[in-house]
Design a protein around this ligand. Structure first.
Ligand code: PNS
Length: 161
């Protein structure tokens, strides 16, 4: 069985992430979307909320499931018999950091990282930019999966009460 992970913070998952998951699902027998738990960062959504939203949006893909991890990604991959990390590359600005992580991860355990080129219609998207636009009342239609957009707008409204 060829198993891959798509790691990230996913705070929250965007349409750009979803495009990468769909493409990874065609490359591997099983894809695990893994939410990194970072004790030093609280985030807009809790880890459980992020996982709930991810589970909802990956429902159409039977070979995709959702999990979380704390610590090194390579340790998670070893423990779960994962052969590859799949990441989306949006633009050249992602490249330095992503290459650095891929090389470090390869050095640590020999795991391969596969990059998929993000669909150009999503290449400018990031969770933090979408949250900033939403916070200031800008139009975020089409940037997030429907249920995620609803939850983000509700979270923004709650914070303004
Ligand atoms: O969505 P993000 O925040 O850009 O994802 C970054 C993430 C979670 C993939 C990266 O920070 C990570 O793998 N963290 C786990 C800790 C780890 O393995 N660090 C060494 C990376 S070489």
């Amino acid at each position: 069985m060829r198993r891959a992970v798509c790691p990230g913070s996913f705070d929250p998952v965007t349409n750009g992430h979803l495009d990468v998951f769909a493409r990874a699902a065609k490359l591997a027998d099983e894809v695990i979307i893994v939410v990194a738990i970072n004790k030093n960062k609280s985030g807009t959504f809790s880890i459980e909320e992020r996982m709930e939203m991810l589970r909802e949006v990956v429902q159409p893909y039977p070979n995709v499931r959702v999990d979380s991890f704390m610590g090194l990604l390579v340790d998670y991959c070893k423990a779960n018999e994962v052969q590859a990390i799949v990441k989306g590359l949006r633009a050249v600005t992602d490249f330095d950091y992503e290459l650095q992580m891929a090389q470090m991860n390869y050095r640590l355990t020999g795991i391969e990282t596969l990059f998929v080129s993000t669909n150009p219609i999503y290449s400018y998207l990031s969770s933090s930019l979408i949250k900033e636009v939403a916070n200031f009342g800008g139009d975020i239609n089409g940037l997030l999966p429907g249920p995620v957009q609803e939850r983000l707008l509700a979270r923004v409204a709650e914070a303004k009460k």
